[in-house]
Design a protein around this ligand. Structure first.
Ligand code: ADP
Ligand code: MG
Length: 290
C-alpha cells in the first residue's frame, strides 16, 4: 500500500508518549504559588487509548499542555518515541473542548489547512484524506458548510478530522466532548472509538467523567487532586468493539467501582478543603518565601 510504514493501512503512525517526573508550579505575583503537578509520571503506550481521569482543577490540562509542548515543566521531561519534546510539534496534536475551527473556512478547508500550509501534502492529497475521514464521521455532505452552520457535535467531529489529517503520532484530547448534550456526547464517544480502531492511533484522552473513561479506555489513570500525579492505573479489559451493551456487564461494574473509589477519594479532598475556606485555592500552599 506504500504508506509511511504504519501497520494499519490508514497512514497513521503510532507513537509512545512518556511523561517523566514532571513538576509544574504556577507562580503569580502577589498570590500563593500553585503546584499543579508534582513528580508526575505516566506512559501512554503505542496504539493504546489511555484515559486520564481526575476531578476538575486537579492538573489535567496542565499535563495536556506540557505533553503537547505548549507549556514547559519546571522539572522532568516529556518524550515521544524516546525523543524529548521541547516545543509544539505535529507529531502530537491536541484537541480541545472548545472548537478551534476557523469560522471563515468551510469544513473541508479547515481539515486540509494544516497539511497544505505546512507543504506536506498536495491540496488534492489532503482533500482525499480529509474526505475519507469526513465520511467516517458522517460529515461528507457537510464539507462545504461553515462551522457556524454545524451543530456542536458536528463541529467536534470536524475537529477530530482536522487533527487526524495531520497524521499525528499521538493525539491528546483534553475533555473534547465537555459541554455537549448527553446523547451527542455518547455518539461522539462511539465515533472516537471507531476512529481509534480504524487508525490504531495512540491517544491520551482526558476527562472528569468516569463513564466516559470506562467506555473509551484501554487503560485508565486516576489523578490525584493537586498536586497532580497518577494515583491508580486500572486496565480496562472490556472487549472491543465496544458498544453500550458493555455497560450492563459485571466486569464493567467491577472496573467502575475500582475507579470510583479512587476518584471519589480525590473529589472528597475538595470538600475537605472547602471546610476551611482559606484553603479555597486548592492545596496551592502559600509560598511564604523559599
Ligand atoms: P484541570 O484541567 O484538571 O481542571 P488545570 O490543569 O487547568 O486543572 O489546573 C490545575 C491547577 O493549576 C488549578 O488550581 C489552576 O488554578 C492552576 N493553573 C492552571 N493554569 C494556570 C496558570 N496559567 N496560572 C496559574 N495557575 C494555573
Ligand atoms: Mg482542564
Amino acid at each position: 500500500m506504500g504508506n509511511n510504514g504504519s501497520k494499519n493501512g490508514h497512514g497513521q503512525d503510532k507513537g509512545e508518549l512518556v511523561i517523566e517526573n514532571v513538576t509544574r508550579v504556577f507562580r503569580l505575583p502577589g498570590a500563593p504559588s500553585c503546584t499543579a503537578l508534582q513528580e508526575c509520571s505516566l506512559t501512554v503506550e503505542r496504539g493504546k487509548l489511555t484515559v486520564l481521569v481526575g476531578p476538575s482543577g486537579c492538573g489535567k490540562s496542565t499535563l495536556a499542555n506540557i505533553a503537547a509542548g505548549y507549556d514547559h515543566p519546571d522539572s522532568g521531561r516529556v518524550l515521544i518515541d524516546g525523543r524529548p519534546v521541547t516545543g509544539s510539534g505535529r507529531d502530537r496534536i491536541m484537541v480541545f473542548q472548545e472548537t478551534a475551527l476557523w469560522p471563515w473556512m468551510t469544513v473541508l478547508k479547515n481539515a486540509t489547512f494544516g497539511p497544505t500550509m505546512l507543504g506536506e501534502m498536495s491540496r488534492s492529497d489532503a482533500e482525499d484524506k480529509a474526505m475519507v475521514l469526513l465520511e467516517k464521521v458522517g460529515l461528507k455532505d457537510f464539507k462545504d458548510k461553515y462551522p457556524a452552520q454545524l451543530s456542536g457535535g458536528m463541529q467536534r467531529r470536524a475537529e477530530l478530522c482536522r487533527a487526524l489529517v495531520m497524521n499525528p503520532k499521538v493525539m491528546i484530547l483534553d475533555e473534547p466532548f465537555r459541554g455537549l448534550d448527553v446523547m451527542t456526547r455518547e455518539l461522539m464517544q462511539e465515533y472516537l472509538l471507531k476512529l481509534f480502531q480504524q487508525t490504531g492511533l495512540t491517544m491520551l484522552f482526558i476527562t472528569s467523567e468516569i463513564e466516559e473513561a470506562l467506555f473509551l479506555a484501554d487503560r485508565i489513570m486516576v489523578m490525584t487532586n493537586l498536586p497532580g500525579t497518577v494515583k491508580t492505573t486500572v486496565e480496562t479489559d472490556l472487549p472491543r468493539p465496544r458498544d453500550y451493551q458493555v455497560l450492563a456487564t459485571e466486569r464493567y461494574r467491577q472496573i467502575k467501582s475500582q475507579v470510583m473509589e479512587s476518584l471519589y477519594e480525590e473529589g472528597a479532598k475538595i470538600f475537605q478543603r472547602l471546610d476551611g475556606i482559606q484553603d479555597l485555592l486548592g492545596n496551592c500552599q502559600a509560598s511564604s518565601q523559599p
